[in-house]
Ligand binder design. Structure first.
Ligand code: PMP
Length: 424
């Protein structure tokens, strides 16, 4: 596959943009080779600067559920753009999208729009601290909640991929009250809550972990967190930036039947534009400025283009059969890949929840970050390169999930399974 134009763009970019990328997860450092530069997306496919076509299994890191450039979303953005791009004042789209979110997620009684998942989680943590008068935050190793200082210890996603324990530039004081335990380990959670009695503001969790690869919660984990948080007076924050509107219309809250105190949303919420939100219990959200003392603001928050894209995206999500279709698609991919792994005798396993999935290069189940880290990342890198050569764009890290959507039909699933079979 000729990628000379992409390579030239990458070389030029590396002189101006660190690593040539605006987010480290886009770099191919962990797997080797050069990332393709894309010019166009259509449905399940991306087209690079050399005209090569790729079956996209990254879906903008989960932000896309309806493929690239779905007409309902692009038309809504174009119509909004013609009316003006930003007013720095309230627009009806904000209310419409807020109502759509509240309908889909009963735990979200009030919400505030922001521009990125990072802002959403950072603001939710500030709110939790402001409301409880406590400073402790409990997170899980391999969990990623954006790049705010307080979350950058033992984080997943690009932090894990690049092998960084805690980012340089994070003051020791910023992570002093961040406690990290293993995912799926309720006893460890309880130990922290007991040891830090009266000091823990919140537990923040990816209800299905996606940033160490796809790691489902054990059946007891999320109900256990709910119970422990309540018992110890800490708030439970579901970081649904990745899982919201993906695992069900009501996200992991709906899928697992849990009502957290606060929820963070992003990705699909914006239909591919920069939108995120935090929301939850009314009494908590009423502490946000201008109603309450917890300050949070944003020049472009609730941007009318982004709201239009979000409304169109959630409109598509509300159509009948969307999530049943995604479940079937995910199941067929899981079965096809599992069979291919068995036929090849590869030391690998597929872990999936709904339309998010990881092929871990390890035979035993992966239930936490330590187990994910024990995977054979060299074999993963070879797998990734072979898929790319066959026109399949797979996340360039063992510690990321692949995402599928309504644009992945029977032909795409068959092509993917075939490509995986010859890549193991
Ligand atoms: N939380 C989770 C669970 C995420 O997956 C991500 C991004 N992958 C974030 C927060 C941060 O979102 P953003 O990249 O929009 O800042």
């Amino acid at each position: 596959m000729n990628r000379s134009r992409s390579e030239a763009l990458q070389r030029r970019a590396e002189t101006l943009i660190p690593g040539g990328v605006d987010s480290p997860v886009r770099s191919f450092r962990a797997v080797g080779g050069n990332p393709p530069w894309f010019e166009r997306g259509e449905g399940a496919y991306l087209f690079d600067a050399d005209g090569n076509r790729y079956l996209d299994c990254i879906a903008s890191w989960g932000a896309l559920l309806f493929g690239h450039a779905p007409p309902a979303v692009t038309a809504a953005i174009a119509a909004a753009a013609a009316r003006g791009t930003s007013f720095g004042a309230s627009t009806p789209g904000e209310l419409e999208l807020a109502e759509a979110v509240a309908r889909a997620m009963p735990a979200v009684e009030m919400l505030r729009f922001v521009n990125s998942g990072t802002e959403a989680t950072m603001s939710a943590a500030r709110l939790a601290r402001g409301c409880t008068g406590r400073e402790g935050i409990l997170k899980f190793s391999g969990g990623y909640h954006g790049h705010a200082d307080l979350f950058l210890s033992e984080a997943g996603s690009g932090v894990a991929t690049l092998g960084i324990a805690t980012s340089a530039g994070v003051p020791a004081g910023a992570v002093l009250n961040t406690h990290t335990v293993a995912y799926n380990d309720l006893e460890a959670v309880e130990r922290v809550l007991v040891r830090q009695r009266g000091k823990m503001a919140a537990i923040i969790v990816e209800p299905v972990a996606g940033n160490m690869g796809c790691v489902p919660p054990t059946p007891a984990f999320l109900p256990g967190l709910r119970e422990l948080a309540t018992r110890h007076g800490a708030l439970l924050i579901f970081d649904e930036v990745m899982t919201g509107f993906r695992l069900a219309r009501g996200g992991a809250c709906e899928r697992y039947g849990i009502r957290p105190d606060l929820v963070t949303l992003g990705k699909i919420l914006g239909g591919g534009l920069p939108v995120a939100a935090y929301g939850g219990r009314r009494d908590l959200m009423q502490q946000v400025a201008p109603l309450g003392p917890v300050y949070q603001a944003g020049t472009l928050s609730g941007n009318p283009l982004a709201m239009a894209a979000g409304i169109a995206s959630l409109g598509l999500a509300a159509a009948a059969g969307v999530y049943e279709g995604l479940e079937t698609c995910g199941l067929e991919i899981e079965r096809g890949l599992t069979q291919a792994i068995a036929e090849a005798g590869a030391a690998a396993r597929v872990q999936r929840v709904g339309s998010m999935l990881t092929v871990f290069f390890r035979s035993e189940p992966v239930t936490n970050f330590d187990e994910a880290r024990a995977c054979d990342t060299r074999t993963f890198a070879r797998f990734h390169a072979r898929l790319l050569e066959q026109g399949v764009l797979w996340p360039p890290s063992q510690f990321e999930a692949a995402f599928f959507g309504t644009a992945h039909g029977a032909a795409e699933i068959e092509a993917l399974v075939g490509a995986v079979r010859s890549s193991l």
